[in-house]
Design a protein around this ligand. Structure first.
Ligand code: ADP
Ligand code: ASP
Ligand code: MG
Length: 593
């Protein structure tokens, strides 16, 4: 029958009854003829309690000791789970990350898995044991205990499923599947039958905490079918596989990152290399930066805004401060009271008016959009935190996400067939750095032009109106970026459209310029859009850095940028396109597949 990995999250092992219930599920799977590996999380809120305890003793606890502490949570639950299975008359062995041989790098509290040895697990399985693996933890080359980041047991589970070539990875949790958005925030959210790797990657990295985003990187890379389901019953849940639920659905889900912070640097010299200077220092601290938006201000100075997780703001500001020497007289401001609301969908790229629909929903709720970034498969906006839940709900409604899509082109869910080359990949895993960045495509698109508006008033409804009129004129918008106004500057909006629609887009924009008193509308008849595609582009903090470094060495200015999990888009001047393409090819040569 093959091998199955079953992961039980914190609430699913919160007390002895639940541990026994989980044990029975594993035993049943074994009796059905499977070899069973269980991955378990710390009981209930045990990890939160340990974090809190550490904070009471030390405001900023050393990361190594934090890992030492947090790894104990999973050690408790694996031992209890093994006892539970044995008490029910079956064979089980619990193993820590180190005992399994989950080797990671040394980035304490955010370690990445390098490789996993399978011999010990396989021989225990062959002897008839249920193997119980501690989630979330590993060991580095110096035998130091590491953890994978909060929620990381999902990643342990999918990684084990990959190396053991499991038929399926079941994720047992407190919801009965993946919903169109967090059902705790939006009760009318709908459970989906199936969701694609790319969509789930974006959703989880944009705030859908139901799955650790790096677990989906593994699933996509190694073709692991994931079944997310409830531990409370036997009902089937949601399959995360290669294909989306419906081929012609523009938006499949919405997500919110509640605790986001915005940083704005004003008065940055507008010369190539400045972004590299700033973001390399942040990336060196392993912080994921999102929504990077630049706008050129007066006198050769630019404003750069970006967002980081709120709990990493202090470290981010330290990093930025350390760049002052090079950047000169810059004004640094930050806002901790913001949230990011996003929609995701593979079908977005094929339909017009999606961005407008989102902006319109927000305008109707009177929600002011502080920043915008869009890419082919997601749109993110930054809003004030106390408006975020309302914003999420409005957006969910605007895309009718509570209703099942009409067309279901594919038959009911089956585990995805494994990619053909996966056997080779798995065979060579021991030499491979499993979580390494993978780039499979770099492209140059010279078919678009850009429109930029300076002096966008900071009030609800402007983006909604602008893109409504652009849409009504039959213009297809690709990338949209809205910068933050900063402390006393002005917001700006840039967007790209097909070359032959630039003139029409300028006309529409100029018409609105009077109403909204835009200070300036400029355009480029043609720009170069470069797209780097792969897996883990956002979670590997060095991706943007490689790009900034390569382009700044050429003296190329990045006009627009957007990062998603599977794609990095940058827009540069048209005449720089070919050279930039060559530079990016060189910058990513070592991770090209
Ligand atoms: P576990 O402890 O089992 O790992 P988590 O708390 O990490 O469970 O994840 C489950 C929770 O994720 C759910 O209770 C739900 O509130 C939340 N969640 C957020 N977004 C989604 C979504 N799109 N679909 C389902 N659940 C979601
Ligand atoms: N126990 C860890 C946490 O709470 C890992 C996990 O549950 O996935 O983050
Ligand atoms: Mg979780």
């Amino acid at each position: 029958m093959g091998l199955i990995v079953q992961k039980f999250g914190g609430t699913s092992v919160a007390n002895s009854d639940k541990i026994l219930a989980a044990a029975r599920k594993a035993i049943r799977a074994q009796q059905q003829g499977h070899q069973v590996v269980m991955v378990v999380s710390a009981m209930g809120h045990h990890t939160d309690e340990l974090v809190e305890l550490a904070r009471q003793i030390n405001e900023r606890p050393p990361a190594r000791e934090m890992d030492m502490l947090l790894a104990t949570g999973e050690q408790v639950s694996v031992a209890l789970m093994a006892m539970a299975i044995q008490s029910l008359g079956h064979r089980a062995v619990s193993l820590t990350g180190a005992q399994i041989g989950i080797r990671t790098d040394s980035t304490h509290t955010k370690a990445r898995i390098r490789n996993i040895t399978t011999e010990r697990m396989q021989s225990l399985l062959d002897q008839g044991n249920i193997v119980i693996a501690a989630g979330f933890q590993g060991i580095d080359e110096n035998f130091e205990i590491t953890t994978l980041g909060r929620g990381g047991s999902d990643t342990t589970a999918v990684a084990l499923a990959a190396v053991l070539r499991a038929n399926e990875c079941e994720i047992y949790t407190d919801v009965d599947g993946i919903y169109t958005t967090d059902p705790r925030i939006v009760p009318e959210a709908r459970r989906v039958e199936r969701i694609s790797y790319d969509e789930m990657l974006e959703l989880s990295s944009l705030g859908a905490g139901v799955m650790h985003n790096r677990s989906i990187e593994f699933a996509k890379k190694f073709g692991v079918a994931i079944h997310v389901r409830t531990s409370l019953s036997d009902s089937t849940g949601t399959m995360i596989v290669a294909a989306p639920e419906s081929a012609d659905q523009a938006v499949c889900g919405a997500a919110m990152t509640k605790d986001e912070a915005r940083v704005t640097l004003a008065g940055v010299p507008d010369v190539p290399g400045m972004s590299h200077e700033i973001f390399s220092r942040i990336a060196a601290r392993n912080i994921t930066v999102d929504m990077i938006v630049q706008n050129v201000g007066a006198e050769g100075k630019a404003n750069i805004s970006f967002t980081v997780p709120r709990d990493e703001l202090a470290v981010t500001l330290e990093a930025v401060e350390s760049a002052r020497d090079t950047l000169g007289e810059i004004d640094i401001s930050a806002d901790e009271s913001v949230s990011k609301v996003s929609v995701v969908g593979l079908g977005m790229a094929r339909q017009t008016g999606i961005a407008h629909r989102m902006f319109d929903a927000l305008a109707s709720e009177g929600v002011n959009i502080q920043m915008i970034t869009t890419s082919e498969i997601k749109i993110s906006v930054l809003v004030q935190r106390d408006e975020a839940q309302r914003a999420l709900r409005a957006v969910h409604q605007a895309f009718h996400l509570d209703k099942a899509p009409d067309v279901r082109p594919l038959p009911p869910v089956q585990p995805a067939p494994r990619p053909l080359d996966v056997a080779d990949v798995v065979a060579s895993l021991r030499d491979l750095n499993m979580e390494q960045l993978v780039i499979n495509d770099i492209q140059l698109d010279e078919s678009q032009g850009r429109i930029s508006i300076a002096g966008v008033p900071d009030q609800p409804g402007v983006a909604a109106k602008l893109f409504e009129q652009i849409g009504e004129a039959g213009i297809f918008v690709d990338l949209i970026i809205q910068s933050h106004k900063g402390r006393n500057g002005q917001a700006s909006i840039s967007f790209t459209v097909p070359r032959d629609q630039v003139a029409a887009a300028v006309e529409v924009t100029n018409r609105l310029a009077q109403t909204y008193q835009f200070t300036k509308v400029t355009s480029s008849p043609v720009v170069a859009k470069l797209t780097v595609s792969g897996i883990g582009l956002r979670s590997h903090t060095d991706v943007a850095i490689r790009m900034f470094r390569a382009l700044s060495e050429l003296g190329v200015n990045v006009e627009m940028i957007n990062t998603s999990e599977v794609r990095l888009n940058v827009v540069v001047a048209a005449e720089q396109g070919q050279r930039s393409l060559a530079a990016l090819e060189a910058a990513f040569a070592d991770v090209r597949v």
